[in-house]
Write a protein that binds this ligand. Structure first.
Ligand code: PGA
Length: 260
């Protein structure tokens, strides 16, 4: 057993308006506060759209819900003439703890490359946010380079060139498994997680053993077990299934059983 507290992260993507977000947080908190389960050994975080963060934060604080808050993106800048961008300063004012950086949809549809992602990681640390650095290979890359090469390269690129490292999480999400229903096998996921950890250790030393590495890509309550049983997989990043309170709680609940 490691001291890495498992993280179950729900990436809502561009779903849920203000009222739907409130309803989902309330429902989730209700299902997670089930007295038969002890969630103290697992951390559950939600990543709503920016426009929902304020209401989510108010609700979580007022009701003392055991949920951590994350944002789906961050600007590499701190303030100024960057229309449409969201500063890490604004996020930390809302008690946001985590921020997704380099999600494959940002890499693909917003042309975010390794350099932008590296700068976003730095921005997250400047504002005391924990970046969840998303890495993963496309189907083409899987066929040409194998499974671990791209995730390792992206991980090292995001973490290189900083004066020192702050806390971070890695989410291994094979692009071909996101939202497709095609899920990596638990063995594939744990092999890549182990390879990332080894690369982290070679490049950055001790931090590797304390870093949480998540798997993401079509995770559901009925397939999460296989991933979480592996020592190198410290949680999951969930897209579609995080929009359903029962389903998402089912994922968190499973984690609790194997941790205790
Ligand atoms: P999915 O998305 O669970 O819907 O495949 C995962 C993600 O993009 O983080």
């Amino acid at each position: 057993m490691t001291n890495r507290i498992p993280l179950i992260a729900g990436n809502w993507k561009m779903n849920m308006d203000h009222l739907q977000a409130i309803a989902l947080i309330q429902k989730l908190s209700w299902t997670l506060s089930d007295a038969d389960h002890d969630y103290s050994k697992v951390e559950v975080a939600v990543f709503p759209p920016f426009t929902d963060l304020r209401s989510a934060q108010t609700l979580i604080d007022a009701e003392k819900f055991e949920l951590a808050l994350g944002a789906q993106d961050i600007s590499k800048h701190d303030s100024g003439a960057f229309t449409g961008e969201i500063s890490g300063a604004f996020l930390s004012k809302l008690n946001t703890k985590y921020v997704l950086v380099g999600h494959s949809e940002r890499r693909q549809y917003h042309s975010e490359d390794d350099s932008v992602i590296q700068q976003k990681v730095a921005a997250a640390w400047r504002h005391n946010l924990i970046p969840i650095i998303c890495v993963g290979e496309t189907l083409e890359e899987l066929e040409s380079e194998g499974q671990s090469a791209v995730p390792i390269r992206q991980t090292i690129a995001a973490l290189s060139g900083h004066d020192s490292l702050g806390e971070f999480v890695i989410a291994y999400e094979p692009v071909w498994a996101i939202g497709t229903g095609k899920v990596a096998t638990p063995e594939q996921a744990s092999e890549v997680a182990a390879a990332i950890r080894k690369a982290l250790s070679e490049s950055f030393g001790e931090v590797a053993s304390q870093t949480r590495i998540l798997y993401g890509g079509s995770v559901k309550a009925n397939n999460v077990a296989g991933f979480l049983l592996h020592e190198d997989v410290d949680g999951v990043l969930v897209g579609g299934a995080s929009l359903d309170a029962e389903e998402f709680s089912g994922i968190a609940r499973y984690q609790k059983h194997i941790v205790l």
